[in-house]
Design a protein around this ligand. Sequence first.
Ligand code: GDP
Ligand code: MG
Length: 456
Amino acid sequence: SVVEEKVYRSPIICILGHVDTGKTSLLDKIRHTNVQGGEARGITQQIGASFIPVENIKEQTKAFAEKVKMEFKLPGLLLIDTPGHESFNNLRSRGSGLCDFAILVIDIMHGLEAQTIESINLLRMRKTPFIVALNKVDRIYDWKPCVNTEFKEAIKLQSRAAAQEFDSKVKETIAALAGQELNAELYWRNKDIKNYVSLVPTSAHTGEGISDLMLVVMQLMQKRMIEKVVFTEQLQCTLLEVKVIEGYGTTIDVILVNGSLNEGDKIVVSGFNGPIETTIRSLLTPPPLRESRIKSQYIQLKSIRAAMGVKIVAPGLEKAVPGTSLYVVNDDDDIEKIKADAKKEVDNVLNDIDTSGVGVSVQASTLGSLEAFLSFLKKIKVPVGNVAIGPVHKKNIMSAAIMKDKDPKYAILLAFDVKIEESAQQTANDMKITIMSEDTIYLFEQRLKDHFGAIK
Ligand code: GDP
Ligand code: MG
């Protein structure tokens, strides 16, 4: 009998952490690390993601991989391109994370910062396994740069003072993480990957530890999570963004996590006014990096397989809700059932609050960020009266104003990472409704404490 070989898809990797810790720089470094002076071979830019093929990773980590006798089973890694909370929040599916794995970036010179802790909480909420990149090791006093070197080799070449400073920074970080109830250990000392988070020291500038980072991610995926990345035809696809593109109209950027998509597929996506039924007109991706002959912004694909980031052109997508799932309707599927599922996904988040009572009004950019924000408000015990997704309009202010009669301290609108229409701001001024607007959850924390503390 023939043993059927399992086919794996690329794991989806998200990078998050405090601002300025080097998330974007690390992503750039991973994408552009020169392979023996050559080019970043095989790496492709996709919609919202970068694909790093396993051949490239093998080459980047060659000496190191041989030492640890690494066998590569996965086709590569799909790195999400806009590192941060937003993309992480959107990579959700009915409350759980669609990111298979995350890299939490900590600046080794700064240790834990506000958004580091926020990131840890997000990772917990979505149950996403992760490792820590302890970035900016090149900033350690007297550090001797060892360009693109395996970290354990680089540390051997450092002065006593530099090595000592490194040790003490690592100890401080481990202690701070313990304060967040996280066990952590430098990856080469970590003998218990199930209960301890691995720390990988890196420099996005000089490249120390980048090969370690790639290899550790690969190893962990293969050792602990390989079943999660078996390719199946069961579609799993998340809508990241809704964008108007000249010449194409309203398009949606999606991450295809599992399964495949074809031109002409009938699809269902969640809309602000109920489920949207439409047909894929085209699947678009940026042209390959080196193909300078191709002058157009996008190339069209007839069909794609997971995991991949792609732009979908289809009619009627104007009201699509970012952060929700995309469904394909096959001939023998019950479309009404699929539409009901799509609706339920949005309703589950919107209805998770007691709108009969009194509470603040909340508005967020996507379903995923709304969900994370509501969970935060629950934690700090701020009741919620209204919720909405998308820019703040006049009507949202009117809804918030209803609270004035019920309990004036809740006549406030929390705008999480959304635009506020001018007319809405005007109405808010006229009606004396406070709009509290921030781009990150942690910035809300103090303001809410001040607000409710002062009123109590
Ligand atoms: P992000 O906000 O987390 O995306 O951080 P960026 O990638 O934008 O980096 C913030 C700043 O730190 C920039 O000035 C980077 O050049 C710098 N930076 C990032 N990584 C490193 C590193 O490994 N070493 C040093 N010395 N600077 C870094
Ligand atoms: Mg950045």
